[in-house]
Design a protein around this ligand. Structure first.
Ligand code: GLA
Length: 631
């Protein structure tokens, strides 16, 4: 962003987002990929986190016990690398120099000459081949302080000593965590900027200082998005400073609030899309749904995070292997981080085998980095399809309900030719089969059947953009009025039960870009012609597309028939490395699709822009029908 632009009315934005895609004209081509490139998360992070197993009662023995099991069980060889400490590790912030102090009663190796240090622990983990993660908060205070019910390992001392979050200390704390203590990852929570309003009982009682909330999970309009982004920008700056080798992982934890489902990809390596998971089938559905239709918002370097795995407890314990396998399969298909949340010291082998299914892990860690796209969508049953680097497809048939489903998988679901055989390998049973055109199978209650499929691609000489969402970044997705997403299952949170008003739709981001469907999950249709492949997005959008050696881009573009305004003109533009390649005249709803194509040989970054001058609301879905890169 140039200085000249910063002097215009966007001063506040410039100050907070530096060189982000939010220039004065977000639709102007930049020639560069703007999603997060910092840190190291080419594939989704895998590892272990203390929270689901121990909540704040984490200690060194529990942590090392789980790390040891990851090593001895062979899970380490399969890619589980991060050993992450969550909430509960701190005792106070020393007020003389604001340095954070560790609970050495729980982490004895931190008792060293001078100040307590996690260096011995991270050294030990590194020597075992692991990476180490730590936990903090955007605000002055943390989640456990807000939601404690008495027995937690909470920070102690005066009000100031109990302010252990990053707020006002970002650079000092990040330096301590990464440069001094040797951590490789940080999860940054957000309770400190949500739960400490001046009128909160924990504040009026004098226990904690007030911090005017910047986020409100239930309201986008009561959230201050630029201010939240500014806090993360500071963190990014310090992370870069204290990790000159770039080997760090930043985990954003603001639970889908503040529309982070749309911008988390620009700020960190993984970003939570919903509130906490619990070991309940319904809650798993909520968390899965919060990320399942967001394939275009996940790319190598930045992934949707529907929260950690809760395999090992409740509906996902060793008596519920079907549910445990489903949870694992879905997270793998969605390119979610695979962070085990179980006490591995006592986890039965049957569940270690679930975590250790190398064929399923390979789907998650596939180098192409494509999150699965929903080919079939219904409340009770879904078919997810993921395009793999070698051209194979992974397909998951997910029965959400309590009755068996007689399913039909078609070659069309896979974008494979229906006159040629499709070979399937079942990744849970090992069974091999094949079909032509379609195949019937019964999917048991709560089962997810997962196959690796080989077939002849419908588009033989290229790849639809919707098959490579990992290469497509909706830099501007056209959403001007973020709406709560009504497609997310609304479960009964187990920490609140049926107290209060229940779960109303609350995660903003509805109307974002979608693979193969419109932003509102309708089929893509231009003037009556349906496109089974393509990208649906709102007008006033700009997508960045990485080009891996393809020579031609082609699409059929137009205003989608689902647009509410009949007469709004939209122009479509195609750019290659920032230079104009092709465009259309103004098009309106009902105008037949127009071809938009160009030679892109040697072009590294293609940009697709749909411009609707004067539009103030989310009224104009546009369709990039059959959008594809061709050899
Ligand atoms: C929040 C996060 C959880 C966990 C706790 C710790 O609730 O969402 O994942 O980190 O805080 O208190």
């Amino acid at each position: 962003m140039t200085l000249r632009r910063c002097l215009l009315p966007l001063v506040a934005l410039c100050a907070s987002t530096s060189l982000s895609a939010q220039t004065a004209d977000p639709l102007a081509p930049t020639g560069r990929w703007s999603a997060y490139q910092g840190g190291s998360a080419q594939t989704p992070p895998m590892g272990w986190n203390s929270w689901n197993a121990f909540f704040t009662h984490v200690d060194e023995e529990k942590l090392m016990g789980s790390a040891e099991r990851i090593r001895s069980s062979g899970l380490a060889q399969k890619g589980y690398r991060y050993i992450n400490i969550d909430d509960g590790w701190w005792i106070k912030r020393r007020t003389s120099d604001n340095k954070l102090m560790i609970r050495t009663d729980k982490f004895p190796s931190a008792k060293v000459k001078g100040d307590p240090s996690f260096r011995p622990l991270t050294d030990k983990l590194h020597a075992m081949g692991f990476k180490a993660g730590i936990y903090s908060d955007l605000g002055r205070n943390i989640c456990s302080q807000a939601y404690a019910d008495g027995s937690e390992q909470l920070p102690e001392g005066s009000v100031a000593e109990r302010e252990v979050g990053l707020y006002g200390h970002t650079d000092q704390d990040i330096r301590l965590f990464f440069a001094d203590w040797g951590f490789d990852a940080i999860k940054v929570d957000g309770c400190g900027i949500r739960a400490y309003a001046a009128d909160a009982p924990r504040v009026t009682s004098g226990q904690y200082r007030a911090l005017a909330p910047l986020i409100d999970q239930h309201s986008i309009s009561r959230s201050n998005i630029p201010a939240v982004k500014a806090l993360f920008a500071d963190i990014n700056q310090s992370l870069a400073k204290y990790n000159p080798d770039g080997d760090y992982m930043l985990s954003l934890c603001i639970w889908g609030s503040a529309n982070v489902r749309s911008w988390g990809k620009d700020v960190g390596n993984i970003s939570r899309t919903s509130d906490d998971i619990s070991p309940d089938w319904g809650r798993m559905l909520t968390n899965y749904d919060s990320a399942a239709r967001r394939a275009l918002y996940a790319h190598p370097g930045g992934w949707n995070d529907p929260d950690m795995l809760f395999i090992g407890k409740g509906d996902f314990d060793e008596n519920h292997l079907t549910e445990a396998r489903s949870h694992f399969s879905l997270w793998a298909m969605m390119n979610a981080p695979l962070l085990i949340g179980a006490d591995l010291r006592t986890t039965p082998q049957a569940l270690i085998d679930v975590f250790g299914n190398a064929d399923i892990i390979a789907l998650n860690q596939d180098p192409a980095g494509n999150q699965a796209v929903m080919a079939f969508d219904a409340d009770g049953f879904q078919i997810l399809v993921k395009t793999l680097a070698n051209g194979d497809k992974a397909v998951a048939l997910f029965n959400r309900g309590l009755a068996p489903v007689n399913a039909i998988l078609t070659a069309d679901h896979l974008k494979f030719r229906d006159d040629r055989p499709v070979a399937l390998a079942n990744l849970w049973t090992g069974e091999k089969s094949s079909f032509t055109k379609d195949m019937k199978l019964t999917v048991a209650p709560r089962e997810t059947a997962v196959f690796r499929a080989k077939g002849d691609r419908t588009l033989a000489d290229g790849l639809y953009l919707s098959e490579q969402p990992g290469m497509v970044n909706p830099a501007a997705d056209g959403v001007v009025q973020p709406e709560p997403d009504p497609t997310i299952y609304r479960s009964i949170p187990n920490w609140r039960g049926t107290r209060g008003i229940g779960e109303r739709p609350m995660y903003a981001g509805y109307g974002g870009a979608m693979a193969d469907f419109t932003p509102y999950n309708q089929p893509l249709v231009i003037a009556g012609k349906t496109f089974t492949s393509g990208i649906g997005i709102l007008a006033n959008s700009r997508m960045e597309v990485r080009n891996n050696d393809f020579s031609r881009f082609a699409a059929q573009v137009g205003v989608d028939d689902s647009a509410l305004t009949p007469d709004q003109p939209v122009r479509f533009f195609l750019y290659g490395d920032g230079k104009p390649l092709a465009s259309t005249p103004p098009m309106r709803r009902g105008d037949p699709a127009r071809p938009l194509a160009a030679d892109v040989k040697g072009v590294k970054l293609i940009e697709l822009v749909a411009r609707a001058d004067g539009v103030k609301a989310n009224a104009v879905p546009v369709t990039w029908g059959d959008a594809a890169l061709l050899r």
